[in-house]
Design a protein around this ligand. Structure first.
Ligand code: 6GU
Length: 236
């Protein structure tokens, strides 16, 4: 998979992309992440990429020109047209189902907005789908792009070692994950549940399944009647 990121702040991505699973995914050749600075496509010698909103109001708006020039340049870098995605709080909310859907793409082109907003003609002209990571406002789409890339790359076959497979993760079955314990057996008077030390794998699997259901009912009741919930579907 190739992921292009169009941003005014490519440096923001250095640390997240340089560690752990995202680094491993790139080193293994599972994903090629390419950063392009929108400012390099500014039309004037001041590298201007934003301007005051027509009609008045606070803040600045990202101009369409530099984003279009940048997008068209980037799109030509690889034969696959790619799926253009605009990161904006107005977008459809990102979730596990969307992560799975995106992980099946050959190429994503993520565009991170900044300032008070982006010129509406960017969305219209690029025919980009809009994605948000939640109902709050970030200073720009960069952090959202990192969240999406992390969630998508860990779903690519081979990105995780065997020892940290994603199949038991929270949400992978539409429910929360069962509780995990490691050494020591007793920590500050809190003991690891006996069943996990029993060696009875069938009983452990059943206990984990029950825990998953109990925790989801208690902490995320909204997930219990979610259409994405594969457990609910298979039992009904
Ligand atoms: Cl994708 N961008 C910005 N600026 N704020 C957000 C967001 C995206 N998702 C949630 N809040």
């Amino acid at each position: 998979m190739r992921v292009d990121i169009l941003t005014l702040f490519p440096e923001m991505f250095e640390s997240p992309l340089g560690h752990s699973i995202l680094k491993r995914g790139q080193d293994k050749g599972l994903v090629d992440i390419v950063l392009t600075n929108i400012r390099n496509f500014a039309a004037d010698s001041y590298n201007k990429v934003d301007d005051k909103p027509y009609g008045g109001g606070p803040g600045m708006v990202m101009m369409p020109g530099p984003v279009f020039e940048c997008f068209e340049h980037v799109q030509k870098l690889s034969p696959d047209k790619g799926r253009p995605i605009l990161l904006t709080p107005q977008g459809q909310k990102f979730d596990h189902a969307k992560a799975l859907e995106l992980s099946a793409e050959k190429r994503l082109i993520l565009i991170a907005g900044r300032y008070e907003g982006i010129d509406e003609r960017i969305r219209i002209g690029l025919g980009a789908e809009q994605i948000s990571i939640g109902d709050y406002v970030l200073s720009g789409g960069e952090l959202a792009a990192m969240v999406i890339i992390d969630a998508v790359v860990r779903l690519l076959a081979g990105a995780l070692g065997d020892e940290d497979s994603s199949k038991d993760d929270s949400f992978s079955q539409g429910l929360l994950e069962y509780p995990q314990y490691t050494r020591p057996e007793v920590f500050r008077d809190m003991k690891v549940p006996d069943i996990l030390l029993s060696g009875d794998h069938a009983k452990i699997a059943e206990w984990r399944r029950q825990q998953t259901i109990e925790r989801t009912k208690k902490w995320r009741p909204d997930l219990m009647n979610d259409n994405n919930n594969k457990n609910e579907k298979s039992e009904s």
